[in-house]
Design a protein around this ligand. Structure first.
Ligand SMILES: NC(=O)C1=CN([C@@H]2O[C@H](COP(=O)(O)OP(=O)(O)OC[C@H]3O[C@@H](n4cnc5c(N)ncnc54)[C@H](O)[C@@H]3O)[C@@H](O)[C@H]2O)C=CC1
Ligand SMILES: CC/C=C\C[C@H](O)/C=C/C=C\C=C\C=C\C(=O)[C@@H](O)C/C=C\CCC(=O)O
Length: 254
C-alpha cells in the first residue's frame, strides 16, 4: 500500500512504540489519529508533528481502548476528519503488574474489538477501500516469558487471533499482520525490569542488552508491513539479534 494520503489510527500512540509508529506514518505522508488515554502527551506529539510537517495531518483523540464507545468514536473521528480509514495499528498495551485482568482487556480483548470495528468500515464488501491491520504482539507471543505469564498469554492470543483472519485479504481486501518486538526501551520496559530481575536474576539487564531494540526499528518494521502488499498473515520479529525478519510457523494442514 502506498502510504501517502492514507489514514491511520494508532492506539497507544502517545509514547513509546506507538509514538514512533505515528512519527513514521506522518513522515510517509499519512493522516494519523493518535488514540491514547494520555491527553497531554498525545496533544503535544500531535502539535509537534503538525509543526514539523507544516500540515494538519496528525490528530489526537482521547481513547480508552477498553471502551467500545471510545473505539467506535475513534474510527468515526478518522472517517469524519479524513474521509477514510486504511491502516489500524492496535498497539496499546500494558504489563500485568498490579492488575492482570485489566491487562487481558487492554492487550487482547481491545485488539479483537478494534479489529472487528475496523473490518466493518474497511471491508470492500461494505463499500470500504480495504486496508491493513497491524497488531502489536511481542516475542513473548512466540516464547513464554517467565516474568509475565498473563502478558505473554495475551500476546499468544493476539498472534493466534490475527493469524486466524488470514482469509480476510481475499474476501474483504484487508491484510492482517503481527509485529513481535523483543525488548524495547520504553516506559513499559523500564517499569517491568524489577519483575524480570525476580524471574531471571540480577544479571537480567546485562544478559538482555543484546536483545534490546529501539522503537524506531519497530516502526520501520511496521512501515514494511503496511507497504508490502504481499504481507498478509505475516509474523514479523524485531529483535536485537536478527533485526527485522519473519517467523515461519508450520503450515496448517486444514
Ligand atoms: N516495550 C517492550 O519491550 C515491548 C512492548 N511491546 C508491546 O508494544 C506495545 C507498546 O508498548 P510500549 O510502547 O513499550 O509501552 P508504553 O507504556 O511506552 O506505551 C503504551 C501506550 O499505550 C497507552 N495505553 C495504555 N492503556 C491504554 C488504554 N486502555 N487505552 C488507550 N491507550 C492506552 C499508554 O497511555 C501509552 O501511551 C504494547 O502492546 C506492548 O505490549 C511488545 C514487545 C516489547
Ligand atoms: C512486559 C513488559 C515489557 C516487555 C515485554 C516484551 O514484550 C517481551 C519480550 C519477550 C521476549 C523477548 C525475547 C527476545 C529474544 C530475542 O531477541 C532473541 O533471543 C531471539 C532472536 C531470534 C530468535 C532465535 C531463533 O531464531 O530461534
Amino acid at each position: 500500500m502506498k502510504i501517502e494520503g492514507k489514514t491511520a489510527i494508532v492506539t497507544g500512540g502517545a509514547q513509546g512504540i506507538g509514538e514512533q509508529f505515528c512519527r513514521a506514518l506522518v513522515d510517509h505522508g499519512a493522516n494519523v489519529i493518535i488514540a491514547d488515554l494520555k491527553k497531554q502527551r498525545g496533544e503535544d506529539l500531535c502539535r509537534e508533528l503538525n509543526k514539523q510537517y507544516r500540515s494538519n495531518r496528525a490528530k489526537f483523540i482521547q481513547c480508552d481502548v477498553t471502551s467500545k464507545a471510545d473505539l467506535q468514536n475513534t474510527i468515526h473521528f478518522a472517517i469524519k476528519t479524513f474521509g477514510r480509514l486504511d491502516i489500524l495499528c492496535n498497539n496499546a498495551g500494558v504489563t500485568e503488574i498490579g492488575n492482570w485482568e485489566k491487562a487481558i482487556e487492554i492487550n487482547f480483548t481491545s485488539v479483537i474489538r478494534g479489529t472487528k470495528l475496523a473490518i466493518e468500515v474497511m471491508s470492500t464488501r461494505n463499500g470500504g477501500h480495504g486496508g491493513v491491520i497491524i497488531n502489536t504482539a511481542s516475542m513473548g507471543a512466540i516464547f513464554p516469558i517467565m516474568g509475565g505469564p498473563v502478558y505473554s498469554g495475551t500476546k499468544f492470543g493476539v498472534l493466534g487471533f490475527s493469524r486466524s483472519l488470514s482469509n480476510l485479504n481475499a474476501s474483504d481486501g484487508i491484510r492482517v499482520n503481527v509485529i513481535c518486538p523483543a525488548f524495547v526501551r520504553t516506559e513499559m520496559f523500564e517499569a517491568s525490569i524489577p519483575n524480570y530481575i525476580d524471574s531471571y536474576g540480577n544479571d537480567f539487564q546485562k544478559k538482555m542488552k543484546k536483545h534490546i531494540v529501539s522503537p524506531v526499528l519497530v516502526a520501520r518494521g511496521m512501515i514494511q508491513l503496511v507497504e508490502d502488499d504481499t504481507k498478509n498473515d505475516a509474523v514479523m520479529r524485531v529483535t536485537g539479534v536478527r533485526g527485522i525478519d519473519y517467523y515461519k510457523f508450520q503450515e496448517s494442514k486444514l
